[in-house]
Design a protein around this ligand. Structure first.
Ligand SMILES: Cc1cc2nc3c(=O)[nH]c(=O)nc-3n(C[C@H](O)[C@H](O)[C@H](O)COP(=O)(O)OP(=O)(O)OC[C@H]3O[C@@H](n4cnc5c(N)ncnc54)[C@H](O)[C@@H]3O)c2cc1C
Length: 437
C-alpha cells in the first residue's frame, strides 16, 4: 500500500502516526511546500513577541520522523489526477498513490485595496510571514493593524513588543463581536489601550498609500489619513480547496468529508483546516481552524486510510489563547452572528462557537477576570474564562463531559450570583462522578 499525504502540518503528521500504528510496512510519503517543515503555527505569536525562539516551535525532532519511517518530498502539488491516482508536483516527477490525504490547511484572505501589494503590507499565515514581519518591525516606527479574531491581536501584541506604535482599526464598535460579549470585548480593548495601542472604531481601511514602493500610510473610509511604516492585517482565512475542486471532489466552504474523513472519492481523505467534516450528531458539516481538531482528524483519517475503520467524533471545541495579555479559554458554544472585521473564519476559531441556541447566560465579571457560562437545560453549552484560569480545567470537564448541572443551575441563574464560587463548589462535590478525584 502506498500512502501519500499532501501538507506537512499537524493533520498530515498525525495521519502518518496513525498509519504506522496499523501498517508497519506500507510506503508513506509526505509532500509539503513549506520550506520550514512542521512547526507550531499557534506558536508564531510567541515568536513575534520574542517570548519564544523560532527553534522552540518545532514539536518533533528528525529522530521522531525517522522512527515514523516516511519520506518527504519538498514541493507543491499542482494537480490531483484521480483517473490514474497520481499527483503532479511542481518541478518533480509524477507521484502515484493508493490512498491520498489532502491536509493542505487554510490560507489568509488577502487584503484587496489599492496599495495592498506595497512593501510593508503584511499578514501572518506561516513562519516565513512571521520572519518578514520581524524584518520590517522597527522600534519607534508606526504600524496599522486591521482585522479581527486572535491573529489580529497577535499582530498588535507582537508589534507592541517590538517597540512599535500601533493603531488598531475596528470596523464595528467592538473587538471579536461574534465570540466575545460586550464586557469581554471591553476587557480586551482596555488592556490594549493600557499597552498604548490606539483603537479606531468604525474605521475601515480603503487604501494603503506609499512612496517608492514602500508603505507611508493608510486612508480610511472617511478620508482620514494615518501615517505609518507598516500595515499588518488578519481578515480571516479560507480553506485551500483548489486542488480538490479541480479534481472534481465535493466541496462547500471546505472539502466535504464524511465521519470517516473520506471524500466522495473512496481513495481520497481530507483532514484539518481544509476539511469540512460531517457531524452525525447535528447533521451539519463544520469547519474548525484549531490545532487539536486538526490533529484528531488527521489521526482518524490515517487509521481509516490504513483500513482500521474509525469514526471521527467531533469533540467540543476548546482553545486556550491569549487576548491582549489575558489568558482566555473558550469552550463549546459561546457566541453567534458575523464579525464585521472578518471575511471568513479566523485562525484558532471554530464555527461551533457561533451556533448559540437560545440559552441563558450566567456571568461574573471583574476588571480583568471574567467568567461567562452558557447554561442549557441540563448541561453547560459553553464557557469563556478570561484572566484567572482556576476554573478552566473543571469547566472543560463539565462542558465536554456533558455533566448534569441541575444541582447548580438555579443558583447560577440567580441575579448577581457568584458564578465562580458556585462552579468551584459543584466541581468539588462532583469531580468523583467525572472521574477526576
Ligand atoms: C498565527 C496563527 C495562530 C493560530 N492560533 C491558534 C490557536 O490559538 N489555537 C489553535 O487551536 N489553533 C490556532 N491556529 C490554527 C492552527 O495552527 C491550525 O488549525 C492547524 O495548524 C491546522 O493544521 P493543518 O495540518 O490542517 O494545516 P496547516 O498547519 O496549515 O498545514 C498545511 C500544510 O500544507 C502545505 N500545503 C498547502 N498547499 C500545498 C500544496 N499544494 N502542496 C504541498 N503542500 C501544501 C502548507 O504549506 C502547510 O505546511 C493558528 C494558526 C496561525 C497561523
Amino acid at each position: 500500500m502506498k500512502y501519500v499525504m499532501i501538507g506537512f502540518g499537524v493533520a498530515g503528521v498525525a495521519a502518518i502516526e496513525a498509519i504506522r500504528s496499523v501498517d508497519k510496512t506500507g510506503e508513506v510519503i509526505l509532500v509539503g511546500d513549506d520550506p520550514h517543515g512542521f512547526y507550531s503555527r499557534p506558536g508564531l505569536a510567541y515568536y513575534l513577541t520574542g517570548e519564544l525562539h523560532d527553534k522552540a516551535l518545532y514539536p518533533r525532532t528528525s529522530d521522531d520522523f525517522r522512527r515514523m519511517k516516511f519520506s518527504v518530498v519538498r514541493g507543491q502539488v499542482t494537480k490531483i489526477l484521480r483517473e490514474n491516482q497520481t499527483l503532479e508536483i511542481k518541478d518533480r516527477p509524477l507521484l502515484s498513490y493508493d490512498r491520498l490525504l489532502i491536509a493542505v490547511g487554510a490560507q489568509a484572505i488577502r487584503l484587496k485595496v489599492p496599495g495592498a501589494d506595497l512593501e510593508g503590507v503584511l499578514k501572518l499565515d506561516h513562519m516565513e510571514d512571521a520572519k518578514r514581519i520581524l524584518k520590517h518591525a522597527r522600534r519607534g516606527q508606526t504600524a496599522v493593524v486591521s482585522g479581527g479574531g486572535i491573529t489580529a491581536l497577535e499582530l498588535v501584541e507582537g508589534l507592541i513588543a517590538r517597540g512599535m506604535k500601533v493603531h488598531y482599526l475596528l470596523r464595528g464598535d467592538r473587538y471579536w463581536s461574534n465570540v466575545l460579549d460586550e464586557q469581554e470585548s471591553k476587557i480586551v480593548e482596555h488592556s490594549l489601550q493600557k499597552e498604548g495601542v490606539k483603537l479606531h472604531y468604525h474605521s475601515e481601511l480603503v487604501e494603503v498609500t506609499g512612496r517608492n514602493g514602500q508603505v507611508t500610510g493608510v486612508r480610511l473610509q472617511d478620508d482620514k489619513i494615518l501615517k505609518c511604516d507598516m500595515v499588518a492585517y488578519a481578515i480571516g482565512i479560507r480553506p485551500r480547496v483548489d486542488l480538490a475542486k479541480q479534481a472534481g471532489l465535493e466541496i462547500d466552504r471546505g472539502i466535504l468529508v464524511n465521519e470517516y474523513l473520506q471524500t466522495n472519492d473512496p481513495n481520497i481523505y481530507a483532514a484539518g483546516d481544509v476539511a469540512q467534516v460531517y457531524d452525525p450528531s447535528t447533521g451539519t458539516s463544520i469547519i474548525d481552524s484549531l490545532w487539536t481538531p486538526a490533529r484528531q482528524q488527521g489521526y482518524a483519517a490515517g487509521l481509516n486510510m490504513a483500513g482500521k475503520k474509525t469514526k471521527y467524533t467531533k469533540s467540543v471545541p476548546f482553545n486556550v489563547t491569549r487576548l491582549a495579555g489575558l489568558t482566555t479559554t473558550i469552550i463549546g458554544t459561546v457566541g453567534r452572528g458575523k464579525d464585521e472585521d472578518l471575511l471568513g473564519i479566523a485562525r484558532g476559531d471554530s464555527e461551533t462557537w457561533r451556533q448559540l441556541p437560545d440559552a441563558i447566560v450566567a456571568q461574573s465579571g471583574f476588571e480583568v477576570n471574567n467568567l461567562r457560562l452558557v447554561v442549557g437545560e441540563k448541561t453547560l453549552l459553553g464557557a469563556i474564562i478570561m484572566g484567572d484560569q482556576k476554573l478552566s480545567f473543571p469547566l472543560e470537564k463539565i462542558v465536554t463531559g456533558n455533566m448534569d448541572i441541575s444541582s447548580m443551575r438555579e443558583s447560577l441563574l440567580t441575579p448577581n450570583a457568584n458564578v465562580g464560587d458556585i462552579v468551584a463548589d459543584f466541581w468539588t462535590k462532583n469531580q468523583t462522578v467525572a472521574g477526576h478525584a
